[in-house]
Design a protein around this ligand. Sequence first.
Ligand SMILES: C[S@@+](CC[C@H](N)C(=O)[O-])C[C@H]1O[C@@H](n2cnc3c(N)ncnc32)[C@H](O)[C@@H]1O
Length: 226
Amino acid sequence: MIMIRNIKREIEVKESEDGSPTLFVPELDEHYHSTKGALTESMHVFINAGLLCNDAHQLRILEIGFGTGLNAFLTAKYAYGKDVFYHGLEKYPLEMSVINQLISCDLYNDIEKEQFRELHQSAWGESYLWRPHFNMLKQEVDLLTVTLLGDYDLVFFDAFAPDKQPEMWSLDVFSKLFSALKPGGVLTTYCAKGEVRRTMMACGFAVERLPGPPGKRQMMRATKPM
Ligand SMILES: C[S@@+](CC[C@H](N)C(=O)[O-])C[C@H]1O[C@@H](n2cnc3c(N)ncnc32)[C@H](O)[C@@H]1O
């Protein structure tokens, strides 16, 4: 049993098929990432279909749920000198013991392990410069009740799957995210379910289905029209 900040929940570190680690939550019967490749999925959905498709020099990124910090870590690695403000929302912050287990694999070198530690040891609710050109704000909040100030260029929507946490994929949530994006702003997610696509479209998003990462035929990219 591992402590996740305020709650006790069983959580296991697992190796995904590309050799990168992920977490498994038996209570939900759900992984934090694709078992076909955690790193591969994050690169495909959030970095290649999100970050690298935006050529603005300054980016404001919102992540729904921050979790292991993998998407923030990859964003810093592939931002190539852009000025990034990265806002990660998380209802259940992970304890450092989980993070230490997660990064103990050979995949990360010592510098990268230290970057992960810094990311997780930093205070919640305070904006700070994590890396050059990369401002980080982790917020311990519930997406369902938080008020978002807006003006984001990108939303990385990385909630647990709709069948595990349907309330995260509702009209209210996507309306909130639609309002929080700039015109032309983009939300990417690994999910390609028809019902979710229709919900996004009902909020005003223009939705594309793109080829998915290994193990998933498709993913979605939703754009707020100009
Ligand atoms: C699929 S995991 C992805 C985590 C993360 N993006 C990563 O790469 O490790 C979903 C995350 O959403 C968080 N979460 C669940 N319900 C939430 C809520 N109501 N508000 C904010 N975050 C939530 C979970 O605790 C978990 O960290």
